[in-house]
Write a protein of this length. Structure first.
Length: 561
């Protein structure tokens, strides 16, 4: 991911940074970060933030940190830390030696809280969570002050230290900032700074039984790390006055928070809470299910980091939320895979074809171009014999007028091979289903031409039956059947029952025998596919990454008219 070598994007965030550099703000430094919470896997909305934050640091030759805001031990796990690190690295971001955790700063954060107490800006409250909610007021009514709000500094210091020593049960007391219970911004109505939680932390173990709240931790961690521009999604806009208050009261380095619109895509949800619900309720097969727009799911499905970065650059950075068409993401992927993916032949629903006039024992090696878009991709040899498989859908016994594939008496071309003509159809006597075709081939048509210059309209892909490798292919469609996945209130009611189709009797050409998990291919006439990690010695498994049909290209063409 290198913004220096590519077209430099321009947006309102970079306008702000340019002005800061012009005025030598922060001594001309640009320092950004990506601060995930390790309580779930990243999704494409996070990818947008990663590309933006790292892209800006790279463009301005600044620094980029990866920091885990690990403030809630009951929901955070090491497995999420590891998966997030893998995802960020896979997307191309480089934090060098600047991998941090908010838990690294627990001592400093505790001292900051003590300082606020000494300054009369924080107090220990005995109200329980429900009472605090009642005292908070509403958007139209001011809140009420807690009866414990005016405790002395000495009493607050004593109680806070006893909280730290584990003297009280979870929820018995909290430390709150003393701001303004009548503020029009509910975040400013004496928010909690610390709560009691007797839970083991994934990094600090049982050292602490009080943990700082996210809002308090987030802005002060940015300050400690010397971040210059705290770039975050629009949902944190109402939190900015609170962040400013903490930073100003403690007289520490003050990063500038800038909000941008979060990413929304039709036919999908990008709420970590709801994604977790899908995983835990087993509507999908884990965080890396290829139907999810998690980074791990996209990687398993066959997306490339370059295509995701291209998508993030194309949608740009806006100040207002909007919904992006999933077709644009798929378009970016197709453009990249078209350049890099090897073309191969795979028959997903096989129909046996016997070429009666081709010698029984003969096997030819026919040359096939690997990728016509890449001159350096070269070619490979594919075997051809007298028994092959074609797609069942490529034959109709009684075809309509515009059906140009195989039917009785009709001639078609086999890709890279010969012209064949269907002479006879074999059916199952009980069901009437077509089970086998008998054809003849023209020996002079090898490579797609004939001495008499005749042409055919249909070209079919195929695999040699003797040499074919059996494989499972998983066809993925939108996880949700409605464009607005949350239509009607319960997003689970909109889950598409046909979001996954498993084809277990597919036949692929022998060049794929040693295909490694993660390898990407174009299956001729079917789309782009990726080898799934489930592949092993017992068989190959392919995920359809994306179809060949590009609906975004049609949308874009219509928009230009």
């Amino acid at each position: 991911m290198s913004s220096n070598k590519e077209k430099v994007p321009s947006d309102f965030i970079r306008v702000i940074i340019n002005e800061d550099l012009k005025n030598n703000k922060n001594d001309g430094r640009v320092h950004t970060r990506f601060p995930p919470e390790p309580n779930g896997s990243l999704h494409i909305g996070h990818a947008k933030s990663i590309c933006l934050n790292y892209g800006i640091a790279d463009q301005y030759k600044g620094k980029f940190n990866l920091r885990f805001d690990d403030t809630n031990p009951s929901k955070e796990e090491t497995q999420y830390v590891e998966s997030i690190i893998e995802d960020v690295r896979w997307l191309g971001a480089d934090w060098e030696d600047r991998l941090f955790y908010a838990s690294d700063y627990y001592g400093q954060l505790y001292d900051f809280a003590v300082q606020l107490i000494k300054d009369g800006k924080a107090y220990v409250d005995d109200l329980n969570q429900e009472e605090i909610r009642e005292y908070r007021g509403t958007l139209t009514e001011p809140g009420k002050e807690s009866p414990y709000r005016n405790r002395s500094v000495e009493e607050n210091l004593d109680l806070f230290e006893r909280m730290r020593q584990g003297e009280f049960e979870d929820g018995a007391r909290v430390l709150r900032a003393k701001i303004d219970m009548a503020s029009g911004n509910l975040n400013m109505r004496d928010p909690a700074i610390y709560r009691i939680k007797h839970a083991s932390h994934h990094r600090t173990g049982d050292k602490w039984c009080v943990y700082p709240m996210y809002d308090f931790t987030h802005c002060l961690s940015d300050s400690i790390e010397g971040i210059t521009h705290s770039i975050c999604s629009l949902e944190f806009e109402d939190h900015r006055p609170l962040y400013d208050w903490f930073l100003d009261q403690l007289t520490v380095h003050h990063p500038q928070q800038i909000e941008f619109a979060r990413l929304n895509l039709n036919y999908n949800i990008l709420s970590k809470r709801k994604l977790l619900q899908l995983v835990e309720e087993k509507h999908v097969n884990g965080w890396d299910d290829p139907r999810l727009l998690t980074v791990s799911g996209l990687r398993r499905r066959g997306y490339t980091p370059a295509s995701i970065r291209d998508f993030c650059e194309r949608i740009g950075v806006a100040k207002r939320d909007s919904v992006v068409d999933i077709a644009l993401l798929e378009h970016c992927l197709r453009e990249h895979l078209n350049k890099i993916a090897m073309r191969v032949m795979a028959v997903l629903k096989p129909l046996k074809v016997v070429i009666d006039n081709y010698p029984d024992e003969q096997v030819e090696e026919l040359e096939a171009i690997n990728n016509p878009e890449d001159e350096d991709a070269g070619s490979r040899m594919v075997p051809f014999s007298n028994v092959i498989y074609i797609e069942r859908g490529d034959f109709l016994e009684d075809p309509p007028k515009k059906f140009f594939r195989l039917s009785p008496g009709r001639e078609v071309r086999l890709k890279h091979a010969y012209y064949i003509t269907c002479d006879r159809v074999v059916k199952d006597e009980a069901t009437g289903e077509v089970t086998e075709l008998h054809c003849t081939y023209d020996p002079e048509s090898r490579g797609g031409g004939t001495p008499d210059g005749r042409r055919v309209k249909g070209t079919l892909h195929w695999v040699s039956a003797e040499h074919a490798i059996k494989a499972e292919v998983r066809i993925y469609n939108n996880l949700f059947a409605t464009e607005d996945a949350q239509e009607g209130g319960d997003f689970r009611a909109n889950i598409n029952p046909d979001s996954l189709e498993r084809l277990t009797s597919c036949m692929v050409e022998p060049s794929l025998k040693e295909a490694k998990p993660g390898s990407r291919y174009q299956f001729l006439r079917h789309g782009y596919f990726c080898v799934d990690p489930d592949s092993n010695n017992d068989g190959l498994v392919f995920n359809r990454t994306v179809s060949l049909r590009d609906s975004w290209a049609k949308i874009e063409k219509a928009q230009k008219k």
